[in-house]
Write a protein that binds this ligand. Structure first.
Ligand SMILES: [Zn+2]
Ligand SMILES: [Zn+2]
Length: 106
């Protein structure tokens, strides 16, 4: 991968994080460092450092991944303003994560 496309992908992660709603939990220190956001689907907390790829097997309550806010199937684009952060298991389009949801509910 060229460093240019690597930078573009890094920008996409940053944009997804920025486009996502801020957290309201009592941990003010984490908020001052922009470490918490709220999952765009379930409104649960995500931690900035637990960013994972979709092929990761990491199981963590605060894990997050980026996805299109408006699905491409509904006319959404790959533009930065269409990216948001969400839990991997909340991502309806990524059904391979449904087993995580089961683990967490149990
Ligand atoms: Zn918080
Ligand atoms: Zn969620």
């Amino acid at each position: 991968m060229s460093s240019k496309s690597k930078n573009r992908r890094e920008n996409e992660w940053q944009s997804a994080w920025l486009n996502t709603d801020n957290c309201n939990c009592p941990d003010k220190e984490s908020h001052s460092k922009d470490l918490h956001k709220i999952c765009s689907i379930c409104k649960g907390i995500m931690h900035k450092d637990v960013r994972i790829n979709l092929n990761s097997n990491l199981l963590h309550h605060f894990a997050w991944n980026k996805d299109n806010s408006k699905p491409k199937a509904n006319g959404g684009t790959n533009r930065k303003d269409n990216l948001v952060a969400m839990h991997p298991w909340c991502n309806q389009e990524k059904i391979q994560f449904s087993f995580w949801k089961i683990n967490i509910i149990l």
